[in-house]
Structures are given as C-alpha cells and as structure tokens.
Write a protein that binds this ligand. Sequence first.
Ligand SMILES: [Zn+2]
Ligand SMILES: [Zn+2]
Length: 276
Amino acid sequence: MTVATDFYIKFWGVRGSIACPGPETVRYGGNTTCIEVRCGEEFFVIDGGTGLRELGKGLAQQRPERVDIFFTHAHWDHVAGVPFFVPCYMPNIAVHFWAGSLLPERSIEGVLMEQMLPPLFPVPIDVFKSCHYHDFLCGESYDIRPGVRLSTCPLNHPDRACGYKIAFAGKTICIITDTEHRPGERDAAIVEFCRDADIMVYDAMYTEDEYRNHVGWGHSTWEEALRVGDAANVATVVPFHHEPGHDDAFLDRLAAEAEAIRPGTLFAREGMIVRP
Ligand SMILES: [Zn+2]
Ligand SMILES: [Zn+2]
C-alpha cells in the first residue's frame, strides 16, 4: 500500500525569530516556521511563518476544500505568513486556524486580527471570507481526521507554546518548538510526549555556547535536541527553528558534529521532506 498511507512532513520554513533570505542561507532557507503534514489523502499545516506564503501558492492551484493551520503559538515568526496566504482570500477554500496557547486571555482570531489592524497592515482581516478560528487548551488529544490523531503538549516558552504529536498509520512525528530546557536535566514532560517517536522536530535555536547568553529567552539547543532524542528513544531527530545568524556554512558544521554524535540526525532545510 502506498498513496493512502503515505505519511510525511515537508518544511516550508525552518527559521526562528525573523526571515533571513540571502546568499548565505540559500541551502537551509530563510523563511520562518511552517511545516506541511501529509497523512495519506489528508493534510494540514503546523505554523504560519513566512514559509506559509510559498505553500499557499501551490494550494491556490490545487484548490483543496479546506486547509487547517495549527499554531504552536502566536509569536511573529509563527504567524507572519498568514496575511500573505492566498487561500485566505479564496472564498471556496475554508481555512481553519487552531491555537492551543492563547486561552483564556486571548484568542487566535483576536491575535490574527490585530496583526492586520492599521497602521500595521493595509487591509483588515474582514477580507478573509471563509476563515474560521478555533482555540483549545493545549494538553489534549484529538482525532482530527480518519486515522489521524493529534496530541498536544505544553512547552516552556514566554507566552506559552504548544507541542504537537501526529500519529498515523502506526508511525508518530513530534514537533517541539519553541521550548527552553533546564541545563543539565531533560524536560520530563517532553521526553514522555516524544517517547519512541519516529521523528522529533526540535527547537535548536542556539548552540550550547550561545545559550549561556540567552537564558530565559524560551529556546533550546541542538545538543539538547540530541539528548532529548536519546532519552525518548526517538528514531530521527530533526533540529529546527534555526537562529537567523546561522548561515549555511555554520549549519553544515553543526550538522556534521551532530552526525558524529547521533548518526541520522537531519538538520531541517526548506523544501526537505522527511518520512518516518
Ligand atoms: Zn519562534
Ligand atoms: Zn516563540
């Protein structure tokens, strides 16, 4: 059996903080976080950073009936692509936005509306004719499609963030961004959440050296990604949410170091497809 159970993720944006296009980042990519998840005939999206724009161009041609976008949280680098996501402007495509990090103080509708208010943006969110907004409490599990189970896990991040685990066709993929570890110990909740996963995408914003100057900023390191992967018995670790200052040459060096420690580790690149 092939097509109906094909399960993979595709990276449309792998950066944290801010987009960083340019000659030094062409291979790993400059767009901020956006991941397409394909489960057989079904698909959905995790995060709407600037990478969402390119994904939207293809979807505008394919014209699916609906698109679901699940946000890890609402920091800029995860929502900035929404006003440039063409399906939002197409009345025949229902776009559903989901967030588990905002209740009870806020809602995803309010947050997405605010980033399009004057003088921040020229057109109001009212131009989105067939968009729907949903908030939930991170920590629950949902059967979001036939055979597709989506579990969620609170992460350690300013303003909160929500990790995701997708289970389909006997395989699991975890997406853990943005989150900060405590040096010297593993985050037990994340280790349990990711236990025996086939793939774990993990916040690798900093190196361990850089992290010392960014304690409390809400991010982790590629070294910690490998340790969490070991502790949780993850098959493949995918360091993700790269620091904008980490150019291709720098990321190549980190990837080589990671390969020596944990063979098979895949540093996320824009356009990369990973199958469990
Ligand atoms: Zn981020
Ligand atoms: Zn963040």
